[in-house]
Design a protein. Sequence first.
Length: 480
Amino acid sequence: MSEKLPTRSENYAEWYTQVILRAELADYSPVRGCMVIRPYGYALWENIRNALDRRFKETGHVNAYFPLFIPMSFIEKEKQHVEGFAPELAVVTHGGGKELEEPLVVRPTSETIIGYMYAKWIRSYRDLPVLINQWANVVRWEMRTRLFLRTMEFLWQEGHTAHATAEEAEEEARRMLDVYADFLENEAAIPVIKGQKSEIEKFAGAVRSYTVEAMMGNKWALQAGTSHNLGQNFAKAFNIRYLDRNNQLQYVWTTSWGMSTRVVGAIVMVHGDDQGLRLPPRLAPIQVVIVPIWRQDVDKTRVVETAHRVAATLQEGGIRVHVDDREEHTPGFKFNEWELRGVPVRIEIGPRDLEADQVVLARRDMPGKEGRRTVPMAEVLSGVQVLLAEVHQSLFAQAKRFLEENTHEVSTYEEFKEVLATRGGFIRVFWAGSDEDEIRIKEETKATIRCYPFDHDGSEGTCFYTGKRTTRVAIFARAY
RNA sequence: CGGGGCGUAGCGCAGCCCGGUUAGCGCGCAUGGUUCGGGUCCAUGAGGUCCCCGGUUCAAAUCCGGGCGCCCCGACCA
């Protein structure tokens, strides 16, 4: 393996790509714009999936699977939806050697086909709510792609629910946004800002879109998850109706919400440093790597045996552990490699430790001596458990501090442009502009409204762009 | 789709201007030895449609024409 990564400050995009390739999270595929998720990356995704899936089940959802192919006419039924997705559809026109009567769209998202099915299944208020999630791949024909952040095919979950009332649908959309925020903060150690999308940025076909926005290491924003209140738009397009208690025919109210393999990119960019990945302990495929150290063959046998015994102890304690007993590499090489791959805790075991009946614990989030300490052999499991929890807290605290330190408030457009050009980050402003104003700002500065944050206390201020008084606050940033 | 860069061993590159033996270097890989508490060192070895098609020439990785592909930067998006 070649030695140094490019640093984040000299070339952030290159650093990002190199970390992913060299940590073996993913690789490029022979098809442009697609990627192969390698075992290490997929193990990370599986942990993400399990943590999310558990939360979905806890909130009353069940999983199902809807087909990959969608009749073209379905996509066209909801006006905003087709306008939003038409440019990025992959369309199948031939099958079995013959041209199809109606082209099939490879799903870019499944609102339409699920809407069609819901219309079949829902008859009465007693059938509601319907709370279904699916884990699937989707395809969007993208011009410019980037590993995990934007690929033509990606994996995700999409929740689709139907409710009897507008209030219930709104509650559901907000509840699932909270689930995403909870997942990101408590599993991925990523602090987020919850808020509502602007009209310009909302999902094609939604009444309202909600988002959790995270700040990447280069201070750009990334939408890590979204939740939409679809109102009755899809209910009307697909005729999803039910009889209420008064025997009145009513349209249902639907929601949808999704989180994708893009969060892997967020984990890379939020926590990574110039040595490589720093994986949040609860999601890391390998939480602890044990590197045995020996000088002579007599030591080797004892040390490697001890390493495996320690591994067994940790494994019984529910820790995901790996012993790196390869003979062809020196310990120093292994330290660097596992740091690149982001393993949160490393255990070193050498002859000195055997004499002292101890091991050395090193934490990934603290370089050098500072992050290293010895613990008695008997306390390995508890020591590791405590340390993993600490690493999680420390990653979260670092990311949170970074987010706060790079969130700025401005009161004029001049100041806005100045801050964007010099410091970057999130800019929090009072906002009373129009859609046109928003688009103009985007054209002039590349910054977009990431969200209207929920945490605004409702106080009134002056819009930095129009000078009007308003209680609305927006967060602007450059975004992926 | 616009701008830039690039296709030579698995990866990164040199050679190309100025055509001429057997196409080279580093990493990686294989074997043996050595080393091992922060990217060991040595030896030997395997590995090539020089992106593709056509042309010029006694002779093309090298010159000419056409194509294809990839990466980076800009307008759309989870």
